[in-house]
Design a binder for this molecule. Structure first.
Ligand code: SME
Length: 159
């Protein structure tokens, strides 16, 4: 875990636009953790605060490019400001399927103080792959990338 966190820290503090750096973070996670098959960020739309839009990601393209709060695993995690760990998506009613290959999913909110500003979403092709290790790693990463997502949201507001 330390090695991945150090690499993410280097990326966050390195060069490139916030979008590029978030993309590098996705690439690192997808490369380093065998059970991560789709890794992406959703960002809360500053012009429509009950809506998530798809930000940088690595993996198969998804039709779910805008997700309202409350909908699917992503929307529920945003609405509740809570991590959602779904070890078997077949058991979930409020779930938006991206691909039949996806068997499990973990979503961690990215916070700015009390406010949810985005989330990290990871799909896996394995059933029950997630442990405390994943949650600790991903929560630490969500804290590290919060300034990047804040920057993207502020830039949109400035336009
Ligand atoms: N499965 C998610 C939708 C996003 S994709 O996993 C990329 C959900 O239920 O919210």
């Amino acid at each position: 875990m330390e090695r991945i966190l150090e690499e993410v820290e280097r990326i966050v503090e390195g060069d490139g636009s916030p979008e590029e750096r978030l993309h590098y973070v996705c690439r690192t996670l997808e490369r380093e953790v065998p059970h991560y098959d789709w890794v992406g960020f959703y960002i809360v739309d500053t012009r429509d605060e009950g809506m998530l839009y798809l930000g940088p990601y690595v993996g198969a393209p998804t039709e779910h490019v805008r997700i309202p709060f409350g909908k699917g695993i992503c929307g529920q995690a945003a609405a509740r400001k809570e991590a959602f760990i779904i070890q078997d998506v077949a058991r979930e009613d409020n779930y938006l399927s991206c691909s039949i290959n996806v068997r499990s999913e973990i979503v961690i909110p990215v916070m700015d103080g009390d406010e949810v500003i985005g989330e990290l979403d990871i799909d896996s092709h394995s059933i029950s792959p997630f442990r405390d290790w994943d949650r600790s790693l991903l929560e630490a990463i969500c804290c590290m990338v919060s300034p990047l997502i804040r920057e993207i949201r502020e830039r949109v507001l400035g336009n």
